[in-house]
Ligand binder design. Structure first.
Ligand code: ZN
Ligand code: ZN
Length: 148
């Protein structure tokens, strides 16, 4: 999900709803969240999935984390106490972190939007950010066959 061009060095500290999991992001990361409307992300997020990318060396996590392997290539992590979603990650690659955990991310603009043709009627985003339909995205990226 990398679309380079913007990086930040500001340190971010985030927490889940109950506070048991804390995440610090220190180092280069893209401070703009991207949106995904694929069927898996709709099920997991409840509607609109947002994440921003940070390299593994920039991310420090404390507290117990539960992981669900949602596909052959990706895991989705959450707090086992309160259920807050924490990140999605392909193998040992970059973290796609949930922006809502971090106060600073509330003012971050949208980076991009994928699976736009699959978006729920209630979640139609406006703006001139880059977008990709399911067909365009799946032509260039890993994806899960079927339920998307
Ligand atoms: Zn929690
Ligand atoms: Zn998705």
């Amino acid at each position: 999900m990398t679309q380079s061009g913007t990086t930040s060095k500001e340190e971010l500290t985030g927490a889940c709803l109950c506070g048991a999991v804390r995440i610090t992001v220190a180092g280069a990361y893209d401070p703009r969240p991207g949106a995904c409307h694929c069927r898996m992300c709709q099920r997991w997020s409840g509607g609109l999935f947002l994440c921003f990318e940070a390299q593994p060396e920039a991310v420090t996590v404390t507290g117990e984390v539960a992981r669900f392997r949602s596909s052959a290539f990706a895991e989705r992590a959450f707090c086992p106490a309160c259920g807050s979603h924490l990140w999605m990650r392909d193998g040992e690659g970059a973290y796609d972190l949930m922006p809502g955990l971090f106060d600073e991310m509330r003012s971050a603009p949208l980076r991009s939007e994928i699976y736009v043709d699959q978006a729920m009627a209630a979640v139609q985003l406006k703006g001139d950010h880059p977008t990709a339909t399911r067909a365009v995205y799946e032509a260039k990226n890993n994806f899960v066959e079927g339920d998307a």
